[in-house]
Write a protein that binds this ligand. Structure first.
Ligand code: IMP
Ligand code: MG
Length: 182
């Protein structure tokens, strides 16, 4: 089916089939690594919701889920550098196997803050799973244990990711056109 791309979008980077194939692989890797252990998936709102809802169904080991919301960005595409908790976890992660699930690892500022916060709560283990990674943009050294795709330094939306809260519902990942970025 031919689809018309929104004029603010430049091109589709990963279509639905590509995403679902990779998410299935990540789920299989995680299920193998955590065999026999219960995992607490900690999703970072709002961007991780679509990825996490697919990923959790690709994991065959028992899972619990919880969510954190932090804010590090203003409305645009540039980071402000400041991280703030908007919503904390509902449950304790002490002695649990925690897997942080995030949409994208960019500068690493947000995730390093979240990792420090989770470490203070003494989980049995702590790992990171990101759908997308922009390694060129890193300011804080972080290497995710599980990563869907490494991408170049382009602003992307869809599959949960937004540009000023738009485009989260797209079933694919697309690059935002240069003319649409302020
Ligand atoms: P970091 O702190 O720079 O690593 O930023 C991570 C957060 O910035 C992610 O959770 C996203 O919400 C947002 N972000 C970074 N790059 C993109 C992008 O290309 N599209 C949409 N959101 C992005
Ligand atoms: Mg965001």
């Amino acid at each position: 089916m031919e689809r018309t791309l929104h004029p603010d979008l430049e091109k589709i980077l990963m279509d639905e089939e590509t995403l679902s194939r990779r998410v299935a692989e990540l789920g299989a890797d995680i299920s193998r690594d955590y065999a026999g252990q219960e995992i607490v998936l900690v999703g970072v709102l709002k961007g991780a919701v679509v990825f996490m809802s697919d990923l959790m169904r690709a994991i065959t080991e028992p899972c619990r889920i919880d969510f954190l919301a932090v804010s590090s960005y203003g409305q645009g595409a540039q980071t402000s550098g400041a991280v703030r908790i908007l919503k904390d976890l509902d449950t304790s992660v002490e002695n649990k196997h925690v897997l942080i699930v995030e949409d994208i690892l960019d500068s690493g500022v947000t995730l390093s803050y979240i990792i420090d916060l989770m470490e203070q709560r003494k989980p049995a283990s702590l790992e990171l799973c990101v759908l997308l990674d922009k390694p060129e943009r890193r300011r804080v050294p972080i290497k995710p244990k599980y990563c869907g795709f490494a991408i170049p330094d382009e602003f992307v939306v869809g599959y949960g990711l937004d540009y000023a809260e738009r485009f989260r519902n797209l079933p694919y990942i697309a690059a935002v056109a240069a003319h649409a970025i302020r």
